[in-house]
Design a protein around this ligand. Structure first.
Ligand SMILES: [Mn+2]
Length: 356
């Protein structure tokens, strides 16, 4: 695994590349053109500039998270072919510039959902948390304002104000999109983009739905081993792969993450490795990377990645906010550096114990 950190770009991120460079074992960042909107074709000069900025700081640009998918593609309306063409053009430009891993998701309306962006834990750190009972009481069209109030003034990925301003229209778009329709729209999209991925050796890595069950009555299709394998078989090309996000998949207690990792061998192109703690039925909060702090076995997860020969980029994902840092919820420098160090420690011990 190549350890990386997510970085939102100089204009949007409180974290500096020179600070990321000082975290032991972190050699790359996962970034994006954060100002672009879903459906917009990326500008090649901006891609070059983004790459130059990262490389000038002594880091590698290890992949993109995300190139977002326009809702027309997800619902499969009359405009989808136009948006797919733009997406292909963006992939072509990334490929030409030597960028070979693209993370995306196929979640309706909301990229991810939490009921609290700064839940205080007993040690005084704050974390993102989810409580189904709280979510059930929220009007989904009000969800954006409640999230925006707690984002420390940062724009959250997937919660762009321009998009959320049209939230009622978005819900209408998805009204008759059941999980089968959403799945076939995903397959349609993947079949269309595979030729450009083959040409430039671009690994597409779909991010699982977070949490891994339907929220606000919206369909969710990337939630566990069975539907992920179905998706991989439907477009059986190595470039059609997965972001293994332990926290998203782990939100469903029935998901056995090491087993999922082993069954997806060769098709995991990106790893988000974080711990979560189950706090009740349908409730969880994000925890530190030490297994004892949460409910997931981080050693077994890293071991499964190691044993299946995973050599793509990985990152500690979002984490706790500690030491009074003010940053985008989940994306401070301090704790993610701790998380990366913890994962690197497990990885080194796995390597050494096998004499590799
Ligand atoms: Mn993730």
């Amino acid at each position: 695994m190549e350890m990386t950190l997510r970085w939102y770009g100089e204009k949007f991120d409180s974290v500096k590349l020179k600070d990321i460079r000082q975290i032991p074992g972190v050699g790359g960042v996962i970034t994006t053109l954060y100002h672009t909107k879903p459906g917009e074709e990326w500008d090649e000069n901006e891609i070059k500039e983004m790459k130059r900025t990262v490389e000038n700081s002594g880091l590698r640009l290890s992949g993109i998270e995300s190139v977002n998918i326009h809702d027309s593609i997800k619902v499969g309306d009359k405009d989808r072919d136009m948006y797919i063409e733009r997406y292909i053009n963006t992939l072509e430009k990334l490929g030409r510039n030597g960028i070979n891993m693209v993370c995306y998701n196929f979640m309706p309306v909301f990229d991810w959902t939490r009921s609290d962006l700064a839940k205080e834990r007993p040690d005084g750190s704050t974390v993102l948390a989810y409580d189904q009972k709280v979510i059930d009481m929220i009007d989904p069209t009000e969800m954006f304002s409640s999230v925006d109030n707690k984002s420390n003034g940062f724009i959250l990925p997937g919660w762009e104000p321009e998009r959320m301003a049209k939230i009622k229209e978005l819900f209408e778009m998805y009204e008759d999109v059941d999980s089968e329709k959403l799945f076939s729209n995903l397959v349609y999209f993947l079949k269309a983009i595979m030729p450009v991925c083959d040409r430039y050796d671009i690994d597409m890595a779909i991010h699982p739905d977070d949490p891994a069950w339907p929220v606000f009555g919206l369909s969710r299709i990337i939630t566990g081993k069975e539907n992920i394998l179905r998706m991989l078989h439907a477009v059986d090309n190595v470039h059609n792969g997965v972001t293994l996000c332990t926290g998203s998949l782990g939100s469903n207690r029935e998901n056995d993450i090491p087993d999922i990792i082993r069954s997806l061998k060769g098709r995991i192109h990106f790893a988000h490795v974080r711990n979560i703690k189950y706090t009740g039925d349908g409730t969880f909060e994000e925890a530190a990377h030490l297994s004892s702090d949460g409910s997931l076995d981080m050693y077994e997860i890293m071991k499964a990645l190691y044993e299946t020969g995973f050599d793509g980029p990985g990152r500690p994902d979002q984490g706790r906010m500690i030491w009074g840092e003010k940053a985008m919820p989940g994306y401070g420098l301090y704790y993610r550096a701790v998380g990366a160090a913890c994962l690197n420690g497990i990885w080194e011990s796995l390597k050494k114990s096998e004499g590799r």
